[in-house]
Design a protein around this ligand. Structure first.
Ligand code: FAS
Ligand code: PHB
Length: 398
């Protein structure tokens, strides 16, 4: 088999890249190690920046998002028992975010890809990438079918590593060619999804004595909640009742009163880390999304960063194939990393501000409280928070 672009991974990065390339007439094959059902079963991001919304529209998959997504102009910060609203819309000259789950984004992209008849290989085993330091890279993988296990080779011009933090692409780069930056946080997020109405019409980020909590949603009838938990915690040790009790203890009286609980339809613990791999290009191999960087989810940047990597990469590849110019692909890594590091900084800052750190007592705690108090009473500080939360413009600083 041969194609122009082999895309490894059918998460949002891989599927969005495939969609943008297919619409430009560039042949591509997506190779995913899990089943489509497994990919859709992962509950992750919930907030889209306008840049991401515009990209999904450009990819022709925005219709259901505009029908079912929730446009939010602000969110609240809860500390010392009081809620303070950050008016993103007012502070950023009219910008909003879209609350629409990553699962739905992935479903819309999968539906568009199958409608276009673009080739996707699910449940691929032993995926490996080869010769990406030459002009003739290729991918090998195995599939299991009625004839038993079959081995395949896909020759291509470009390999897009959209295979997430634990993928094979970054791991295939010689250690001498890559630099990795990492910060691991001393806590995780225990998340629950339940078909109950949200406690408020906007998100609530809480910093309480018992730790961080986040009240989010997927629709007016489906809520997504998180509580900061210990790294040693196991999701099996958390009954639904224990979760609701802990969440309730981290809310203000009004929210506590309005909280509607119910059976979880998903419950999981996510570790928090900041991670960046530099560069993001190795010959004919290009990393995008979580394959290249990870942010703590506090700033809701993970999915959005993946989308802007894909925007830059799809533009560069269209130029490479249609104009026979390598300017875009030569500039890809530097362009992505400028945006990635600004999102890493914001996500680290917001995580540091909103969580209780086991080893921070006394002075550090007082400084955190002072910063929260300053933030919600300073228009300049709130504007900076709002500007980063809604997402910096694509060409920021260029
Ligand atoms: P993904 O990890 O989504 O997709 C990579 C795909 O590659 C997967 O389908 C995987 O099966 C596949 N793959 C891996 N290895 C492969 C191989 N060898 N061969 C073929 N395929 C392979 N972001 C937020 O903004 N808000 C959140 O609340 C949030 N919560 C998160 C919770 C968890 C547990 C995790 C892990 C991430 C969370 N994120 C969150 C970040 C998340 O949304 C990512 O940014 C987003 O999934 C990035 O998409 P991809 O780059 O496509 O990577
Ligand atoms: C979510 O709804 O899953 C969500 C929202 C905002 C965040 C993180 C997660 O910062």
């Amino acid at each position: 088999m041969r194609t122009q672009v082999a895309i490894i991974g059918a998460g949002p990065s891989g599927l969005l890249l495939g969609q943008l390339l297919s619409r430009a007439g560039i042949a591509n094959v997506v190779i995913e190690r899990q089943s489509a059902e497994y990919v859709l079963g992962r509950i992750r991001a919930g907030v889209l920046e306008q840049v991401c919304v515009d990209l999904l529209d450009e990819a022709g998959v925005g219709a259901r998002m505009h029908r079912e997504g929730l446009v939010h102009g602000g969110f609240e910060m809860l500390f010392r028992g009081r809620r303070h609203r950050i008016d993103m819309h007012g502070l950023t000259g009219g910008k909003n975010v879209m609350v629409y789950g990553q699962t739905e984004v992935t479903r819309d992209l999968m539906d568009a890809r199958s409608a276009a008849g673009s080739p996707t290989v699910y449940s691929a085993a032993n995926v490996a990438v080869h010769d990406f330091d030459t002009a003739q890279p290729y991918v090998t993988y195995d599939t299991d079918g009625p004839q038993g296990r079959q081995s395949h080779r896909l020759d291509c011009d470009i390999i897009a590593g959209c295979d997430g933090y634990h993928g094979v692409c970054r791991a295939s780069v010689p250690r001498s060619a890559i630099t990795e930056y990492e910060k691991v946080y001393p806590f995780g997020w225990l998340g629950i999804l339940a078909d109950v109405p949200p406690v408020s019409h906007e998100l609530i980020y809480a910093n309480t004595e018992r730790g961080f909590a986040l009240c989010s949603m997927r629709s007016p009838t489906r809520s997504r909640y998180y509580v900061q938990c210990a790294l040693t915690d196991s999701v099996d040790a958390w009954s639904d009742e224990a979760f609701w009790k802990e969440l309730r203890s981290r809310l203000d009286p009004q929210a506590r009163e309005q909280l509607v609980t119910g059976p979880s339809i998903e419950k999981s613990i996510a570790p928090l880390r900041s991670f960046v791999a530099e560069p993001m290009r190795f010959g004919r191999l290009f990393l995008a999304g979580d394959a290249a960087h990870i942010v703590p989810p506090t700033g809701a940047k993970g999915l959005n960063l993946a989308a802007t990597d894909v925007k830059y990469l799809s533009s560069a590849l269209i130029e490479f194939f249609q104009e026979h110019s390598s300017a875009g692909i030569d500039h890809y890594s530097e362009r992505c990393l400028r945006r990635v590091w600004k999102a890493e900084r914001f996500s680290w800052w917001f995580t540091s501000l909103m969580h209780r750190f086991p080893d921070t007592a006394g002075f550090g705690q007082k400084v955190q409280e002072a910063e929260l108090d300053y933030l919600v009473h300073s228009e300049a500080a709130s504007r900076s928070l709002a500007e980063n939360y809604v997402g910096l413009p694509l060409n920021f600083g260029e």
